[in-house]
Design a protein around this ligand. Sequence first.
Ligand code: NAD
Length: 490
Amino acid sequence: LTTNIEMLNSHLACFRTDGILNLIGGESRPAASGATFDTSSPVDESVICPVAKGGAEDIDAAAAAAKAAFPAWRDMPALDRKKILNRIADLIVERAEEIALCECWDTGQALRFMSKAALRGAENFRFFADKATSARDGQQLQSPTLMNVTTRVPIGPVGVITPWNTPFMLSTWKIAPALAAGCTVVHKPAEFSPLTARILAEIAHEAGLPAGVWNLVNGFGEDAGKALTEHPDIKAIAFVGESKTGSMIMKQGADTLKRVHFELGGKNPVVVFDDADLDRALDAAIFMIYSLNGERCTSSSRLLVQESIAEEFEAKLIERVNNINVGHPLDPATEVGPLIHKVHFDKVTSYFETAKQDGATVAVGGTRAGDQGWFVRPTLFTNATNDMTIAQEEIFGPVLTAIRFKDEDEALTLANDTQYGLTGYVWTNDLTRALRFTNALEAGMIWVNSENVRHLPTPFGGVKSSGIGRDGGDWSFDFYMEQKHIGFAT
Ligand code: NAD
């Protein structure tokens, strides 16, 4: 821990001197208004550094830079774009340790899970670097009188708006495909965790990305974010965040007919049948809600467990949850660090009271941990029913709600009885049941007898209030590009 803190401090030195500036047209700049806000660590509430508080004027300058840079970036040979994206990946790997330490300090995520976040970001860049050369590929569709060809062209400058929970990885996930497609970008990262978005933009600049191709504007959602979604030169908005923010963005973007791609919230079920490998199911259920502080869109926050095994399963769960290590995020032994911010801490802890009022049992946790920083004890609610608030709302913390079911029909009804539909996890050794159940489960992504394991060519996204559109593989290009049809008379 001491060594990690020393290393962190050396990496933070330049932020402490300069603060976090915007990057517009290749230039580091304060906000046009001169305004700043402080970013602080959830570990001890100490201020890390001031951050440029961008607004409409900064977004306008960034959109102008992205528009000016677009034609040359669009027309650059794909092999050259590929080289730059691979170079970005190399530089991310070189700075992986710095990125992980800064991200943990800024967000409260535990280093044991975050140490790989930068490398995953680098993989995202390599994956889309390889795809850059096929981005424009089309088809030939012959008719009796025409030779029809299709091609894809990048949509133009795009806005990318990201949340605070795993800011580095998510930024790479959205920006790498946009660049590979030939779009230019204005990125508005979350105000609660701006450190690694700045490192990432610096890396891109250093990797030789032409000025204006990637612009960074920090600031709050209601001013910088809103201005981005309303800007006429921004052709599409790739957004990751809460469902209600997605709905606001859709309204804000209506006048300029903005294309939108939303990755939103979830209340994802992990369904455990009595014929499953219960030890594996237990490990996965714990991992999917108590890693990353439960601040993870794909977390399995609702445990649906079959009555016949519920008592034994819950007893083992209680024992394991009681032993989860809460502590300093830079301590390699820590499994759960502090929640991002007081605002979020207040939201998560409010559900401890709600659970009791609803009539659930607080089997583990349900309290603050320590008296400094935004730490909570990993929490398990049992004796819950699916109509309770704790079973319906996204809590977005290390909080699991356990609900019992009798049979497959009831499990399916409960699993689908939510406004969300991001992921589902099903544990059973009955293959026919798994096929039947996953076919009827309302979710964009489902894993059977597995925790969430990302494979970049597969589609990522949710149904219902969990999102619109898909990322991953070629799906990312569907969003960032326009299909064009040309018919030649034969
Ligand atoms: P949020 O919606 O509060 O904020 C996300 C971003 O939107 C921030 O950058 C914020 O400044 C900006 N924003 C806020 N209001 C805006 C507005 N009116 N116009 C434009 N931009 C605006 O979300 P959060 O609290 O930062 O993140 C947590 C949420 O993100 C959870 O609901 C979680 O499930 C979701 N999430 C989803 C995925 C996914 O892939 N589905 C991944 C990670 C997080």
